[in-house]
Design a binder for this molecule. Structure first.
Ligand SMILES: Nc1ncnc2c1ncn2[C@@H]1O[C@H](COP(=O)(O)OP(=O)(O)O)[C@@H](O)[C@H]1O
Ligand SMILES: [Mg+2]
Length: 585
């Protein structure tokens, strides 16, 4: 069992806090001041009782009342400042961590996301970071404060009466030992709590993102009980955790109270035997209470701290993960012609290592050539598109662009040379303008307009009251399929890529919008290397060459007019089916 926070993680946490060192140093100063001042309070009590009360010295009583007031005021101000400074430093640090975490997530390769649920990743940014935030802000300052008053209190205990203090020492070691053993347990269980919360959040995310499907299947109850199930699991683990903490808190509190009773009992006997004064006993009890309260608070804070290290290990798992495919590392080519070669590709998806999508695939697309990739669903067409964009690395074989292995090229640069339009274009929930210029944020208004015109989108955009500033609803829901598709085409047009990949770009459209989208695509294809994944004949006819894929292998290739005249061929069969299908429509 990993008992304490990993030293390298602690170092990283401290590195995040380093920019806030000024706030933290000031906070520590106020902390020291507040604790020190508070520790003088029992001395004032002792003087008041022993010197003023015993001798009926009214003037001294007044003076001591004033002194105590000043002491407590200074302490209160110092405490407020300490809280402010530490909390602010903590909030700022967590902001840094959240941002870094998000950037780190964006950096990860697509294969990583295949094995993750968005909801769980979101919970790392939200729930896990919040736990960390509490620790870094409030807890650290509280731990320091209580540590200071516990240690300071102990010192004063010895100064006040070393004989009574020796008795206290008997209680401390078992308490400290318990706290240490207990912390490890809480840390482990807290990690499980965060895991289960992440799982619940993943369920909620999935249901809400697919609310339309849920609604049309009237599956609200199913989703509700799925979420409830996840919440129940989380609650069960949380219950174990709070049970553990409750037992610990109880024991620590009991130990503290026992210490006070013990001191009162022993102390009273010492007063009777004239070994100490009543004032000294009062001061001693106040110090004992200070120490006892600090130690029991420290116990609670210790569990919180362990809690946070449980959550932080989920965060650090991502912060310290090196993506398998770096986005920017690698060289760039000065100019790109657009020849694509796949040689002896063997590939399985990382999440399905035992299923080979390609055993040994080779394919060459000349610069400026338009090829159509056809084949049954699941035959590997989209996977080829993903490999060319280097969303995944092949297990063996190489993919070259203009003769250069893409493994040596900067993946980010490569993707900027490739335009894609897919079946379900994803638009961001921003304005139409921002969606069109997504791949080229510095595009001028004129460029954006021209791209929209080429994509036959300018007309319908002009029909909206706010034109290019029209906000696209979440996931583009307020636009029709054909409109979204034409915005996606304008987006690709503006990017002006040398290589274009169209993955079933027209298959989700009705005949009427397909016509317009088809024409927009014709505009987009001019002068580029194009890979069209299609099952509509109308799209395929405009290409130079057709490649027929079946179970990850190329089974036929040649121009459409040749393949379509081979009655024994796979393509012929596909076209026959298609013609019948189209006739139905
Ligand atoms: N992200 C993924 N993770 C695991 N397997 C996948 C993934 N995407 C596709 N596959 C599998 O790879 C095979 C090829 O899929 P794909 O290239 O999408 O086919 P197509 O585009 O020709 O319909 C299918 O068996 C599919 O189930
Ligand atoms: Mg596909």
């Amino acid at each position: 069992m990993k008992k304490s926070i990993n030293p390298s993680e602690l170092k990283q946490l401290l590195a995040f806090a380093y920019p806030e060192r000024r706030l933290l140093i000031w906070g520590t100063l106020f902390l020291a001041l507040g604790s020190m001042v508070l520790l003088t309070f029992p001395q004032a009590v002792r003087i008041t009782i022993d010197q003023a009360v015993e001798t009926d010295n009214l003037a001294l009583i007044n003076k001591m009342g004033l002194v105590m007031l000043v002491i407590l005021t200074i302490q209160a101000i110092a405490m407020a400042l300490r809280y402010y400074l530490f909390t602010l430093a903590g909030e700022r640090t967590v902001k840094q961590i959240r941002h870094k975490l998000f950037d780190k997530l964006l950096e990860q390769e697509i294969g990583f996301f295949d094995g993750q649920k968005t909801g769980d990743l979101m919970s790392r940014i939200n729930s896990d970071s919040t736990v960390l935030q509490n620790t870094l802000s409030v807890n650290i300052s509280m731990i320091l404060r209580n540590l200071a008053s516990a240690v300071g209190g102990l010192v004063f205990l010895f100064i006040t009466s070393w004989k009574l203090s020796l008795w206290l020492i008997i209680i401390l070691p078992p308490a400290a030992l318990m706290a240490a053993r207990f912390g490890g347990k809480v840390r482990k269980i807290s990690k499980n709590v965060q895991h289960s919360l992440g799982a619940a959040s993943a369920v909620a995310d999935e249901s809400l993102s697919n609310i339309r499907t849920v609604r049309s299947f009237a599956a609200e109850d199913v989703e509700s009980s799925r979420f409830l199930g996840a919440l129940d699991t989380a609650l069960e683990i949380a219950r174990n955790k709070i049970g553990l903490i409750a037992r610990f808190t109880g024991v620590i509190t009991l130990l503290g109270s026992m210490a006070i009773v013990l001191i009162l009992w022993l102390g009273a006997r010492m007063v009777i035997h004239n070994e100490i004064t009543i004032g000294t006993l009062s001061a001693f009890i106040l110090y004992t209470m200070t120490v006892a309260i600090s130690v029991s608070t420290l116990g609670g804070l210790w569990t919180d701290f362990m809690n946070a290290t449980g959550a932080s290990s989920r965060i650090f798992h991502i912060l310290n993960r090196t993506p398998l495919i770096s986005n920017e590392k690698g060289r760039t080519l000065e100019s790109l012609k657009g020849k694509i070669t796949l040689r002896n590709i063997q590939f399985s998806y990382p999440t399905r290592p035992d299923y080979r999508v390609f055993e040994n695939l080779s394919l060459c697309i000349e610069e400026g050539e338009a090829i159509a990739l056809v084949g049954k669903s699941g035959s590997g067409k989209s996977t080829i598109a993903a490999l060319i964009q280097r969303l995944y690395d092949p297990d063996s074989g190489e993919i070259c662009i203009d003769g250069a292995d893409i493994a040596d090229l900067s993946a980010g640069w490569l993707r900027r040379q490739i335009g894609t339009v897919s079946q379900e274009p994803i638009l961001m929930s921003t304005s139409i303008r921002e969606n069109i210029s997504y791949g080229k944020p510095d595009a001028s208004d004129a460029e954006i307009k021209r791209a929209a015109e080429f994509a036959f989108a300018a007309d319908f955009i002009g029909g909206f009251p706010r034109k290019y500033e029209t906000l696209v609803g979440e996931r583009g829901i307020q636009l029709s399929g054909g409109q979204k598709q034409r915005i996606a085409i304008a987006r690709a047009m503006l990017k002006d890529p040398q290589i274009l990949i169209l993955d079933e770009a027209t298959s989700a459209l009705d005949a009427e919008s397909e016509e317009l989208v088809q024409r927009a695509l014709q505009n987009l294809m001019k002068g580029r290397t194009v890979l069209i994944i299609a099952h509509r004949l109308s799209t395929i006819k405009n290409t130079d060459r057709v490649i027929v894929l079946s179970n990850g292998e190329i089974v036929e290739e040649g121009p459409h007019h040749e393949l379509v005249n081979m009655p024994d061929g796979v393509y012929f069969q596909l076209v026959q089916k298609q013609v019948r299908g189209d006739g139905d429509r």
